[in-house]
Design a binder for this molecule. Structure first.
Ligand code: NBX
Length: 835
């Protein structure tokens, strides 16, 4: 049968959207999939039954989408990312299907607790932080905008660790997200690919007399795809998230087994399956571990083979036009080996000549950079690289040789430039520089906020930007309002929609219409009541979890993000200690009450970040039990901050802490999520903060600190933190408090590494920014006293955040980078003429 002839026309319990149908479907799935009857079904059984009910409705749209792509053969974007931090699927899919309220009613009519069922979902935490969550937001927006796309990544068996706190210290616990099964994915073992590792290469002459290269590996692994449907909002477009799981290659097992080496065979299985076992929990810091490079190559090779199979086999198109049908977006350098792998596939497997292969490769790849931190720029020791990927190393040397010849022609006798631009770092031990490989192999290179892109061009990729200025562009990050407003903040969503309708959910710029309600007293009062109600919910959670009673009329001052010295959670702590010192010195001091709330994980090997968590908890213990400050300051560390929890935290904030050292935070996306939900930002001129401030207006943003250029100037002159310590009595008092053992039961050694680093190096200039931060925090306290004015500022923040929808970011990628046309997908059971 021809695909065009297939008409999917199903109208039954698997597709219907009426409340009665939904109820029947849930019970049907409970019975036939979970194999349970209601009397003995667990909460998880009901969650699964509900999830399958939703999945059925996605699958229908998914198949129509996939059929349409097969027929139309549109240009597609493949988003390659080592991380997809998806968060729970259920609520989001209900929103995008447009049946959230209906499903709630159906569930309630079955006598079940809808919120408890949503809460039951174990989130797939297949990412560390911003970079992984950005990939997830972009999948939502690509589907919403009807852009044919696939997300390719790794199906880690264990995602980011769960965080527990013991005695104030972070303790990591394995994330077993698959323990109850995953109803959202479908395994496709029939579409597996083999991936080679190690061994050597051989030259030979092919039948046409051309010199060719063969790679003879010494290990082989199979990648099995697991597909998850990604439905857009108010559209039928349903794209695919395809995650690869590593499995032993059957034939390899058998060879060892037949030779009597049963243990060897099983050993090979263990090696193979290790590949997709666990997500590396380090953000912004490379480790140089072989397994990490194996993971990267594994998923990149599977993904490129998959694209080529779709292109050549399924669509019958010539490989010479591959780049016309596919574009690959590299989410940082983690998938940058794709440049060498596509070259290898084209040269060695498809017999294409070098120049054409390079043209195809360079017309396919586009690279997004997410960091300027030198310690986060990926590089691999040449020895390790060559032993794992011998053929790729040859190809990289060839790319590099040809490229450096061009550089020499263009800039004769500029050896320094050659050294800087080379893909191989030869300043000491030799390394492959992945950022140089990605840059050279791509037709587009972008940063993730205006300042970041500017610094990228000025600094890390300066020589490349000079040589190929037309390839560089900015794409300021965005976040999806479906998850971070509609799903996470239903009360605010309802209020906004009652005033301006619901088009803002698709077109976030429409939030601007809220500006005309700023002067409406009743609207402001409703706005305030909603914030208060959400704060009450979070206060109850804090009471339950941490046993701390917090004042809901206090400023909820929240810093929630990964722990890193450049993000300066410890600057926030210095402010807390300063307030505490003031109150101790003057117990009657009239300050605006504050609740300081922290959330976030530290990389398990990052001692300083873990010590900052310990400091927060130690300060919390002292402050929260001191009757002198009662009800005026409280400190709360919320453990195990993840996407599910973040959705409760953003809406509850009055103040969002975005206090990184200027020039260090590429963009930030939490800053956007807080502000959309009506929090005011206290922040530096860093990353997207700059653009947020431009949008919301300087008068609705609490700015402090040095600019990025001032930071570099001070560093260039030789920064001496001690000067600030000596000159500033409050700063000195805060540091001395920590040093004295006051927060560590007299233990003066505990925080030495932290205090020492600040006093003698302070690489992130906390001391230089301290006074400015404290002053602006004082202004925040004052401003909060005028609740009416604060509410105006809060409303204006939400109203002016339209720019920061990931829909806007994706529209820019589509128009300026990918050049892909949207493709409308027919709704199920409705006759329609597509495209
Ligand atoms: O990417 C983050 C940046 O720090 C943010 O400023 C930015 O908003 C966000 C999205 O563009 N980077 C990030 O999250 N990096 C990682 O998680 C990471 C993970 C593994 C790794 C290096 C970095 N090896």
């Amino acid at each position: 049968m021809q695909t065009e002839d297939i008409q999917i026309r199903i109208e039954d319990d698997r597709t219907g959207l009426e409340i009665e149908t939904l109820k029947r479907a849930i019970l049907d799935n409970l019975f036939y999939i979970q194999g349970k009857f209601p009397e003995i079904a667990t909460l998880n059984d009901y969650y699964m039954a509900l999830a399958y009910t939703v999945r059925d409705r996605l699958i229908h749209r998914w198949l129509i989408s996939s059929q349409t792509y097969t027929k139309v053969q549109p240009r597609e974007v493949c988003y390659l990312s080592a991380e997809f931090l998806m968060g729970p699927h259920l609520g989001n899919n209900l929103i995008n299907l447009g049946i959230y309220d209906r499903m709630r009613q159906a569930v309630q009519e079955l006598g079940l607790n809808f919120e408890a069922l949503l809460e039951q979902e174990e989130e797939p935490g297949l990412g560390n932080g911003g970079l992984g969550r950005l990939a997830a937001c972009y999948l939502d927006s690509m589907a919403t905008l009807d852009i044919p796309s696939v997300g390719y990544g790794i199906r880690y068996e264990f995602g980011i660790f769960d965080q527990d706190i013991h005695d104030g210290w972070q303790v990591e616990i394995t994330d077993k997200w698959l323990k109850n099964g995953n109803p959202w994915e479908i395994a496709r073992p029939e579409w597996a690919f083999e991936v080679k590792f190690g061994g050597r290469t051989e030259r030979y002459t092919d039948e046409k007399g051309r010199s060719r290269v063969k790679w003879i590996p010494d290990r082989m692994v199979q990648g099995v795809p697991y597909d998850t449907p990604i439905l857009g909002y108010e559209t039928s477009s349903t794209n695919t998230l395809r995650l690869w799981s590593a499995q032993a290659v059957e034939s390899f097992d058998f060879r060892a087994f037949n030779a009597g080496d049963y243990y060897g065979a099983v050993g090979n299985k263990v090696f193979s399956e290790n590949l997709s076992k666990v997500l590396y929990p380090n953000d912004e810091q490379i480790q140089g571990k072989q397994l990490r490079l194996e993971q990267q190559y594994f998923f990149v090779s599977c993904s490129l083979q998959d694209m080529i199979r779709t292109h050549c086999d399924r669509r019958g198109l010539p490989i010479s036009i591959f780049h016309e049908k596919f574009t690959v977006q590299l989410n940082d350098t983690h998938p940058a080996i794709a440049v060498a792998e596509l070259m290898r596939l084209l040269l060695d497997e498809h017999g294409i000549e070098w120049d054409q292969a390079w043209h195809i490769t360079q017309s396919t790849m586009a690279y997004t950079n997410h960091t300027l931190l030198p310690e986060a720029l990926e590089r691999w020791a040449v020895g390790l690289f060559g032993s794992l990927l011998p053929r790729h190393l040859e190809i990289i040397y060839e790319i590099n040789g040809r490229f450096l010849n061009e550089v020499r022609l263009r800039y004769p006798k500029d050896d320094e430039r050659i050294r800087r631009m080379s893909i191989i770092d030869e300043s000491g031990d030799r390394y492959v520089r992945m950022a140089n490989l990605a840059t050279l192999g791509s037709y587009s290179i972008n940063g993730v906020a205006e300042l970041h892109t500017q610094l990228l061009k000025q600094d890390v990729l300066h020589d490349f930007a000079e040589m190929y200025p037309e390839r560089f562009n900015n794409k300021t990050n965005g976040v999806t309002p479906r998850r971070f407003m509609v799903l996470s903040n239903p009360r605010l969503t309802k209020l906004i929609t009652s005033k301006i309708g619901d088009h803002w959910i698709r077109n976030l710029q429409e939030l601007r219409q809220l500006e005309s309600f700023v002067e409406d007293l009743e609207f402001r009062s409703e706005w305030r009541q909603i914030k208060l109600a959400i704060k009450r919910d979070l206060a109850n959670y804090i009471q339950e979890q941490n046993g701390i009673e917090v004042n809901v009329d206090s400023i909820f001052d929240i810093q929630a993000k990964r722990f890193h010295e450049y993000k300066r959670q410890h600057l926030n702590v210095l402010h807390i200690i300063t307030l505490y010192n003031r109150l101790k010195a003057n117990p009657n001091l009239d300050i605006t009450p504050r609740t300081f709330i922290f959330g976030g994980k530290a990389a398990p090997g990052y001692q300083m970040a873990k010590l900052i968590i310990k400091l927060i908890n130690s300060v919390a213990d002292v402050v929260n039990s001191d009757p002198d400050v009662r009800d005026r300051i409280k400190v709360v560390f919320l453990k195990d901050y993840n996407v599910k929890f973040a959705q409760r935290v953003y809406p509850a904030a009055d103040l969002s802490e975005q206090i990184s050292t200027a020039g260090k935070e590429a963009s930030g996306t939490g800053n956007m999520k807080f502000s959309m939900n009506g929090a005011l930002t206290i922040g530096t001129l860093d990353g997207a903060n700059i653009e947020i401030r431009e949008e919301v207006g300087a008068e609705n943003f609490f700015l402090f600190g040095l600019t990025a250029s001032k930071v570099s100037q001070i560093k260039a002159k030789g920064y001496d933190p001690m000067q600030y310590y000596i000159a500033n009595s409050e700063l000195k008092a805060a540091i001395d408090r920590i040093n004295s053992g006051f927060f560590s039961k007299g233990d003066t050694a505990l925080f030495k590494p932290l205090v020492g680093s600040l006093m003698y190096q302070d690489p992130y200039l906390l001391f230089a920014d301290y006074q400015s931060y404290i002053d602006v925090q004082t202004q925040v306290g004052e401003a909060y006293r005028d609740q009416d004015h604060w509410t105006r500022m809060s409303i204006l923040n939400t109203a002016r955040m339209g720019k920061f929808s990931s829909d806007r970011s994706i529209r820019e990628y589509v128009k300026e980078v990918w050049k892909i046309d949207p493709l409308k997908i027919c709704p199920p059971n409705e006759p329609c003429s597509i495209h």
